[in-house]
Design a protein around this ligand. Sequence first.
Ligand SMILES: Cc1ncc(C[n+]2csc(CCOP(=O)(O)OP(=O)(O)O)c2C)c(N)n1
Ligand code: SF4
Ligand SMILES: [Mg+2]
Length: 319
Amino acid sequence: MSTFRFNIREAARKPLGLLPGHRLCAGCAEPIVVKQVLLATRGPTIVATATGCLEVSTSIYPYTSWNVPWIHVAFENVAAVASGIEAASKILREKGRSKYDHIDVIAFAGDGGTYDIGIQALSGALERGHDFLYVLLDNEAYMNTGIQRSGGTPLGASTTTTPAGKVIPGKPENKKPIADIVVAHRVPYVATATPAHYLDLIRKARKALEVNGPTFIHALSPCPRGWRYSESLTIDICKKAVETCYFPLWEYDNGVYRLTDRSLAIAKNPGMKKPVEEFLKVQGRFSHLFTPQNQWIIKRLQEYVDAVWENLKSKCENV
Ligand SMILES: Cc1ncc(C[n+]2csc(CCOP(=O)(O)OP(=O)(O)O)c2C)c(N)n1
Ligand code: SF4
Ligand SMILES: [Mg+2]
């Protein structure tokens, strides 16, 4: 069991894993999540990052913002590369050619690189049981290439490949249940997190790193550019995602599900749960839903959110 207690004074003294000067947009959640995850590391750490906003904006030649050993890999194979790093570090240790008892190996990838193009590499790495942490930075579209829909884009969101207009009212399908798909691989630890609930996120990242085996954190990562909101609202939108149960906070720890942080409080006080409109109405990608002819989509999304929430609560031992 993890004995890690996050100490903010110690954290303030720890060198940042991702330094200022990168070119991610103001208000982007991705660097916030990355910095929080890297605060949870135990020592020597190697990071692999799939192609996407995080990679292109932190490593513009000849500069880098990474203050840990870092490798950029193709869009589709970050889990395979992380597997290789972990296998190599293990064999070097066994042969007495590494001075480190352990190296934390972390893979970061976007939703396009996880739900869609990287799922084969991810599934293989989970099944082989590599000891690494995979962090999904879910901004719900392919942002780096111009806001195309992914398997993580929610119902009704307008993207450049699901543009709301006369033909369709935004994306016709619901979000793929990626964390459930990872749990189905019978890995030891899976969790959801947002950068607004930072103690929860850091604690989960540390727990995931301490587990021996593949672990997965699904981090909501709002994008002011693609979600079309003012960049000062990123943290507020994360809170709304949790308060509406659009994005509940939970963990799956060796077969046991638990709600965490605000989601546990909401489950114990159902009156705190807010309607999904609260999350939708501050984002331009959903503005077309607030017309009389599209109200049915909000209703369908609310039904989906409620069904997923009820199902999750029924699985959690602490509800
Ligand atoms: C095989 C391949 N296809 C397409 C691309 C172009 N490409 C680079 S990043 C990207 C989108 C990344 O989206 P996501 O994984 O969601 O990360 P985000 O930029 O949203 O953080 C695409 C399509 C590529 N690099 N490689
Ligand atoms: S487009 Fe979105 S995800 Fe990409 S850097 Fe800007 S805010 Fe971040
Ligand atoms: Mg994305």
